[in-house]
Design a protein. Structure first.
Length: 217
């Protein structure tokens, strides 16, 4: 997977994210404004969202992780004062338990094979009542019918990078099974029920919850 995204970022390192113009106005108010907190940009790429997080919350400690070594090299040069790590899908994040106040994972989860593992890792590294913001392409019933009629091969491209497809329910259910409480959710791009994407804002539950073990281990 790392090699795939090394190639991707070589061609997209300086481009604006294609969905930024309609996604950012929606999620802007969901991002943390608290001073001196710890934020993780999960799937930071070459730093397009990371730079916005720094402007929005300059007093906080912001760390980035990505599967692409090439992207991490780029972002490390742009922001040498911050910490960045190359990670592998399905493996433990190089972050201490209960040390992160807020995780931003924007349009990343649809690229991940080990979905349960990463949600469990998010739970592990968040502080009690820490928050997680996830965005991903929206796949609801009406939209999927439209896709079947007009663009199945384009959306479900077997050579494309998206390997997971979520409804609001499936994403929320996965988060709840991992020990999260849903705070807010919504859509962006076009209009519901044909929205381009969706977001879920969740909070780590406090208690003796232990995430379910993966079926892959």
């Amino acid at each position: 997977m790392g090699n795939l995204y090394n190639t991707y970022w070589k061609y997209h390192k300086s481009k604006q994210l294609p969905d930024f113009k309609y996604k950012w106005p929606v999620i802007f108010n969901l991002l943390p404004k608290n001073e001196n907190i710890t934020i993780l940009d999960h799937g930071c790429g070459s730093g397009y969202i990371f730079s916005r997080l720094l402007k929005l919350n300059p007093s906080s400690k912001i760390t980035g992780v990505d599967v692409s070594e090439y992207a991490i090299n780029l972002i490390s040069k742009r922001f040498p004062q911050n910490d960045f790590h190359v990670v592998k899908d399905g493996e433990k994040l190089p972050i201490k338990s209960s040390s992160v106040n807020f995780i931003v994972s924007l349009d990343v989860i649809e690229h991940i094979y080990f979905t349960r593992e990463i949600l469990n890792e998010f739970y592990r590294i968040l502080t009690p009542k820490g928050k997680l913001l996830i965005t991903t392409p929206y796949h609801g019933f009406v939209k999927n019918l439209a896709i079947l009629l007009m663009g199945f091969e384009r959306v479900f491209d077997p050579y494309g990078p998206h390997i997971r497809f979520f409804t609001k329910r499936s994403l929320s259910d996965g988060l709840e099974r991992a020990g999260f409480e849903i705070i807010d959710s919504g859509y962006f791009g076009r209009f519901y029920p044909l929205s381009r994407g969706m977001y879920v804002l969740a909070k780590k539950k406090v208690g003796r919850f232990m995430p379910k073990k993966s079926i892959y281990k």
